[in-house]
Design a protein around this ligand. Structure first.
Ligand SMILES: NC(=O)c1ccc[n+]([C@@H]2O[C@H](COP(=O)([O-])OP(=O)(O)OC[C@H]3O[C@@H](n4cnc5c(N)ncnc54)[C@H](O)[C@@H]3O)[C@@H](O)[C@H]2O)c1
Length: 252
């Protein structure tokens, strides 16, 4: 990627240590952004830093858990001159395809914390910084589980539907501050998300498997990052509050 759409811009990417977040961090750095990547996985972040470096670019990596308020504060403190042009909320976890009757509070709380409360806290912390400089962009990575109840467990589906609501609220309330917020809904992508996706309740998974039969193709992380980076760029100036699937036609 030689285009320098992000020259002079600062981008924060959560979940930068693996999968889609790693690809987004790599692409943004290649497009000229000053990238601040965060993840709970220090080894994953080190790998991302290495990949970015191999491309001839640089990025700052912050080991941080987006569910911990003090870690969010550290992330904000790492911003150069308190500047952020793009917040890409990519970090997320699955819920082992648990249906609501088998759902434990711990799983619900953790999935909500990572997939919804964390992005909310980051938006709450960073939107004022965007506003102070005349604008910015938020790109939240949800899932086709934000559009349908048929692809994951109850907690994941609820968290991703919630992320769409949060995004639309921001799109409405902050457009006049020059801030845009959009959602990307990937279908299947080859990443490490499987760490929280081992099915735990056979009957529920069997019912969900019927919809998985619709999977046309599994995407690469780079195929999702192209959409994230476009939405965050000035090219998408008129796109605000959009919920865009990148699923190879799964939801068509
Ligand atoms: N892979 C898919 O098929 C798929 C499909 C639809 C949506 N998504 C979404 O894409 C996003 C990225 O997932 P991925 O597929 O690249 O998975 P991944 O597991 O490869 O990457 C997710 C990263 O988020 C990090 N993370 C988890 N909890 C965190 C926390 N509390 N604080 C900071 N970082 C944390 C993980 O350590 C990991 O590095 C997620 O929001 C996921 O829900 C993925």
């Amino acid at each position: 990627m030689s285009e320098q759409r992000y020259a002079g811009r600062v981008a924060v990417v959560t979940g930068a240590g693996s999968g889609i977040g790693q690809a987004v961090a790599q692409q943004l750095a290649a497009e000229g952004a000053t990238v601040i990547g965060c993840d709970v996985d220090a080894e994953g972040l080190a790998m991302t830093a290495k990949l970015v470096q191999e491309d001839g670019n640089a990025a700052t990596m912050v080991v941080a858990d987006i569910t911990v308020p003090a870690d969010v504060d550290r992330l904000v403190a790492a911003l150069p001159e308190q500047r952020v042009d793009l917040l890409a909320n990519v970090a997320g976890i699955m819920d082992h395809f648990l249906p609501v009757t088998e759902l434990d509070d711990e799983t619900w709380d953790r999935v909500m914390a990572v997939n919804l409360t964390g992005p909310m806290r980051l938006c709450r912390a960073m939107l004022p910084l965007m506003k102070a400089r005349g604008g910015g962009a938020v790109v939240n990575v949800a899932s086709i589980g934000a559009l349908s109840g048929a692809v994951a467990g109850s907690a994941y589906v609820a968290s991703k539907h919630g992320l769409v609501g949060l995004t639309r609220s921001i799109a409405n309330l902050y457009a006049e501050d020059g801030i845009r917020a959009n959602v990307v809904c990937p279908g299947g992508v080859a990443t490490n998300i499987g760490r929280s996706a081992a099915p735990k309740v056979p009957w529920a998974y069997q019912r969900l498997e019927r919809s998985f039969a619709r999977t046309m193709r599994t995407a690469t992380p780079a195929e999702i990052s192209t959409l994230v980076c476009w939405l965050g760029s000035a090219e998408a100036v008129n796109v605000n509050g959009a919920v865009i699937a990148s699923d190879g036609g799964f939801t068509a």
